[in-house]
Design a protein around this ligand. Structure first.
Ligand code: HEC
Length: 180
């Protein structure tokens, strides 16, 4: 047994390095250290980071993520975006989850994550996640820790947003090109 333990520790350390956690570690809040443990992130955190990555949360909630080909450092993950999405619902901004989710307890997160949200948030993806997966996403955000500024606040329909926004309604080619 005595020989196995150090090997196990090296394995975990390798895993942490593979996830690029050395830079993210510097940003963790005190509360997050319980999830990290001595040798690296817990299996739950690793699963949560994986879920965040493959379920597309970064596509909207991380600035420049798609443009970077998915290579944005973890330190900037889920810090929200100042580019809005405009449609009949008004203009919505992908929330800084590193602030908003960290204000919730795990129980509050499980409850609020399943409620309908305004477009284009795919809230039904969260509704349909298992409790374990939702908990893992929460643990991952706790692990990443507090970072960034709050995204701009929602602008109601009919009001003009100040900054950039994406026109998120379908257009037919005839309507767009006949004006030219
Ligand atoms: C297509 C873009 C898009 C994707 C993909 C996306 N979101 Fe969102 N999300 C948004 C927008 C925009 C809002 C703000 C909605 C509003 O203001 O009502 C939002 C809001 C939220 C909120 C509510 C935040 C709060 O504090 O009120 C949570 C939680 C959330 N998203 C989590 C996620 C997670 C987790 C994923 C990955 C499974 C994800 N989002 C994927 C665009 C997106």
């Amino acid at each position: 047994m005595k020989c196995i333990k150090p090997l196990f520790a090296i394995g975990l350390f390798g895993l942490a390095a593979g996830f690029g956690l050395t830079s993210a570690n510097a940003q963790n809040t005190h509360a997050d250290h319980a999830a990290i443990g001595v040798h690296g992130p817990s299996p739950q955190v690793i699963r949560g980071l994986y879920l965040v990555k493959i379920s597309g949360c970064n596509d909207c909630h991380t600035p420049g993520y798609a443009e970077s080909g998915g290579n944005t450092p973890q330190a900037a993950w889920l810090t929200g975006s100042a580019v809005g999405f405009q449609g009949p619902w008004g203009t919505t901004y992908p929330t800084n989850l590193r602030l908003s989710m960290l204000r919730l307890s795990e129980a509050q997160w499980l409850q609020s994550a399943r409620q309908p949200m305004r477009p284009p948030m795919p809230w039904f993806a969260l509704r349909d996640m298992s409790d374990d997966d939702l908990r893992a996403v929460y643990a991952a955000v706790r692990f990443l820790g507090t970072a960034g500024e709050a995204a701009p606040t929602f602008v109601p329909p009919g009001q003009t947003p100040k900054g950039q926004f994406i026109d998120f309604v379908p257009h037919s080619a005839s309507a767009v090109y006949s004006a030219k």
